[in-house]
Design a binder for this molecule. Sequence first.
Ligand SMILES: C[S@@+](CC[C@H](N)C(=O)[O-])C[C@H]1O[C@@H](n2cnc3c(N)ncnc32)[C@H](O)[C@@H]1O
Length: 303
Amino acid sequence: MSATVVERLERYRADGLAEVEGWFEPESAEVMASLLVHQLELGLGGGVAEIGVHHGRSFLLLANGLAPGEPAVALDVFEHQEQNADHSGKGDRTRFEENLARWAPSASVSVVASSSLDVSVSSARDVFGRPRMFSVDGGHTAEITRHDLTLAEASVGDGGIVVLDDMLNGHWLGVLTGTAGYLLSDPGLVPFALSPNKLYLTDSPESAAGYTAHLRAALPDLLGKRDVEFFGTTIDVYGQGAPRHANGRPAGPVPEVRRARAAARRAKQEAADLSDELAAVRTSASWRATAPLRGLGRLVRRS
Ligand SMILES: C[S@@+](CC[C@H](N)C(=O)[O-])C[C@H]1O[C@@H](n2cnc3c(N)ncnc32)[C@H](O)[C@@H]1O
């Protein structure tokens, strides 16, 4: 597995998340990044997909988790906001493509400007392929949530993961309603974990057990509670109640602080680059050749 994927994911989490507007908690980015890398270690391929992109905040994490040659699909109504029934977010293709160029320039991305309601279960694989990670974050009504879960179920690759947004968000209880409807009707997906605003599902109990074991080993200080009862199975809860939060501090710095830290890191890097360039000039032949003149100038200034 390429080390570059790990480096890219770390860079996007450290700097990109602070700059790209949207709804995606840093702790969930950490969980998803760990799962994306684990999937490559397992030898899974197939790329990534998302319904509901907005400006790309969560999509760009997915795109940075791609191995060379893997595809990515981003579907949103974008400028057709009249199709955004519940006004959840506001897709903006221009902003999204600017962010894509800035934070995932090497990713091979198909942008689909459409409502997910225009995609059927029978055409889901034509639109999304067989992604190994599929993020569902489009319309937040019960009907759209349930529909989008069936699209994800129909297309996600063998052993792949579906990540559903806002299942426990009190402002968007349509998502909970749609999820309950889906999970109570002989679903093809098995839930295995929850992190801030994200529910994780996969295609079999065996895959669920594998991902559960991976996350327990990889992120023990973010694991808040194991084996929580949930629709006929149990899931692990990350974030809430985690040892990392034992001192009662909030989960992480507020966005303004994260943005200021990212700007400071960039300024430090630019200063280091300038200092390297200056050192290179100083050791160059022309700098040495003009040394007597500069010495003369110093003498004149002193006198
Ligand atoms: C909550 S936002 C997505 C947030 C985004 N994933 C992020 O990381 O910030 C919801 C998005 O879904 C889009 N959307 C709403 N209804 C949709 C539908 N039926 N089909 C496709 N996209 C839809 C909206 O335009 C909006 O961009």
